[in-house]
Ligand binder design. Structure first.
Ligand SMILES: Cc1ncc(COP(=O)(O)O)c(C=O)c1O
Length: 564
């Protein structure tokens, strides 16, 4: 304690109170971890809570209660007597017995700007902010920002600004996982620089081997993005210009871009209303009722008159589509299946056909993965991969990604510049051993969301069939008043997303396909109801509780509004 201070023996000081110089304290109580600046005086019977910051030259008089986490600027004056006089009516100097101490309360988390004057008999509400130099003459409501003389409410703090009550919850935290591995990742950049390994080479090969093993797949070919992975897989599997490739309308446009870039046309199959993945039932109806065989036995879409050659099921949000049923139909109709596994690294499907759990890339002809930074396995830039059990197919994709060459400057065909950067491959190798653990944390968060939100009529939770072990790239719930819930969460500082707001058949980019509203009712309805809640491995239980509390608060308002 500083020897220039005057602290009387009746002062109750909590633990780790930090005191500056020339402080005068008597008969007061100061909570733990509070910090008091120079020339502060705190009188008897005043109470200051924990973790407060009292700046220099402030005067806190008897009758003042400052709750926890309060900031008080420089030279703030409290007054505890509405009619102060020096002398009594009969001319004597006043003593304590002559004045009535009035009470002033500064509630938890409030901030009082420098030079403010706080008159007696006032309460400054929780989290409120009193502007510098203001004179507070009456109660300040909670969360209000006041200023002036007399202080007036300027506005109210939005929940997102109010750090005491609402720590903002990001939709995705991309910083934390990189900080966990920072040294290792920097080491990879250094290795890349020192060996000038930028394209191809051992870092790419090592990653390809490790990722193939991770996917229980025979081969992996690293490429420059998930979009290229799909495009190359389709071309190499035999999709030709003019063909029709069947997929779902509720996916990221990259799925259909890759189909178009392979020269084919997308046609859509509606989704299952529970899993939101391709409906095998609708696929079967399409193949039976909307297709015919031409003279040579080829399957033709009656809608477009084009040949149907492939199906791209999308393992949306990290949950695999019903692959047994899709593969059975594909087998029956002679169709290629390329899985869009861009959101499903490590997801599993229990195949009754095989009687075992299987992963994307080990079931269809090939699977495409994206390593876009926000994915369950993400690069520090762009990246993608194709996995397949077909060695010849993998060979063709290797050529396609590298200008059609198997040997430098010997081109068997025209290809693309679609290689995976060596540094990105190194980064992916460093992250890959953590993906299983990160995926289990995602699954735990999903279980917890499910538990805490269960039974609420205003929200529909994600559905995971018995045959699925989803990896929750996204945790997507459904609600009738989606924009209401989104706004409510935004006001509470909680970020959310919509994946995706407009189904692809209604996008301007596909106007030429001549689909319309009502063609895919399940996907259309889902697009108006889905909302993705914060989901990432490092989501803390506190953050998750905040999200749940706010969803439930909104849901109870919604149910009351609906007359439940
Ligand atoms: C379902 C789906 N397909 C394809 C892609 C394309 O991947 P990329 O962005 O790596 O090209 C993505 C990426 O967001 C996706 O989510």
């Amino acid at each position: 304690m500083n020897s220039n201070n005057c602290i009387s023996s009746d002062v109750k000081l909590g633990e780790n109170v930090q005191l500056s110089n020339f402080i005068n304290l008597y008969g007061c109580e100061i909570g733990s971890e509070t910090k008091i600046g120079a020339f502060v005086e705190i009188q008897k019977n005043a109470v200051v809570g924990k973790r407060c910051k009292i700046s220099s030259h402030t005067f806190i008089c008897e009758g003042v209660v400052v709750e926890d986490d309060v900031f008080i600027g420089h030279g703030v004056m409290f007054i505890n007597d509405t009619y102060p006089r020096a002398t009594t009516a009969d001319g004597r100097l006043q003593t304590e017995a002559d004045w009535k101490v009035e009470r002033t309360v500064i509630k938890k988390g409030a901030s009082i700007g420098s030079g403010a004057r706080i008159l007696p008999n006032t309460t400054v509400g929780e989290n409120a902010i009193v502007g510098a130099g203001s004179v507070v003459t009456k109660d300040v409501p909670r969360n209000a920002i006041v200023a002036g003389n007399p202080a007036r409410v300027l506005r109210f703090i939005e929940p997102a600004e109010s750090f005491m009550e609402s720590e903002a919850v990001p939709f995705l935290d991309l910083v934390a996982p990189h900080l966990e591995l920072e040294n290792e990742l920097v080491g990879i950049f250094r290795k890349g620089l020192r060996t000038a390994s930028f394209v191809g080479g051992s870092m790419v090969e090592e990653f390809e081997k490790a990722f193939a093993t991770f996917c229980d797949s025979g081969h992996c070919v690293g490429v420059s993005s998930g979009t290229d992975a799909l495009r190359f897989a389709l071309i190499a599997s035999g999709v030709r210009p003019g063909d029709v490739v069947l997929t779902v309308p509720n996916t990221f446009i990259a799925t259909t871009e890759a189909i178009s870039q392979a020269g084919a046309k997308p046609e859509f199959i509606d989704i299952d209303e529970h899993t939101l993945n391709m409906s095998a039932e609708v696929l079967q109806q399409f193949l039976e009722r909307r297709c015919r065989r031409d003279a040579s036995g080829k399957l033709i879409s009656t809608r477009s008159g084009r040949r149907v050659t492939a199906i791209v099921p999308v393992h949306l949000y990290g949950q695999m589509a019903d692959m047994d049923s899709i593969l059975r139909l594909a087998g029956h109709y002679g169709l290629i299946v390329v899985e869009d596994a861009c959101q499903a690294h490590g997801a599993e499907y229990f195949s009754k056909e095989q009687n075992r759990w299987m992963k994307p890339g080990s079931m269809g002809r090939a699977a495409a993965f994206s390593f876009y930074p926000g994915k369950n396995l993400g690069a520090c830039g762009e990246g993608g991969a194709v996995t397949t059990n077909d060695g010849a197919l993998a060979g063709t994709i290797r050529m396609l990604r590298d200008h059609g060459q198997a040997k430098k400057y010997y081109h068997d065909m025209e290809g693309y510049n679609g290689r995976l950067d060596a540094i990105q491959a190194g980064i992916l190798s460093a992250k890959l051993p953590h993906v299983t653990e990160w995926n289990s944390r995602r699954r735990e968060h999903a279980t917890e969301y499910n538990r805490l939100l269960a039974g609420n009529e205003a929200v529909i939770l994600p559905y995971e069939p018995f045959w699925s072990r989803a990896v929750y790239h996204l945790y997507v719930i459904r609600t009738a008043d989606r924009s209401g819930l989104m706004n409510h969460l935004k006001m509470a500082g909680i970020d959310t997303g919509i994946h995706y707001p407009v189904p692809l058949h209604l996008q301007k980019a596909y106007a030429s396909l001549k689909y319309g509203q009502g063609d895919f009712p399940i996907a259309e309805r889902a697009a108006t109801e889905i909302i993705s809640l914060p989901m990432f491995p490092q989501l803390t239980s506190r953050q998750q509780s905040r999200v749940v509390e706010e969803v439930l608060a909104f849901a109870s308002q919604a149910l009351q509004g609906a007359g439940f």
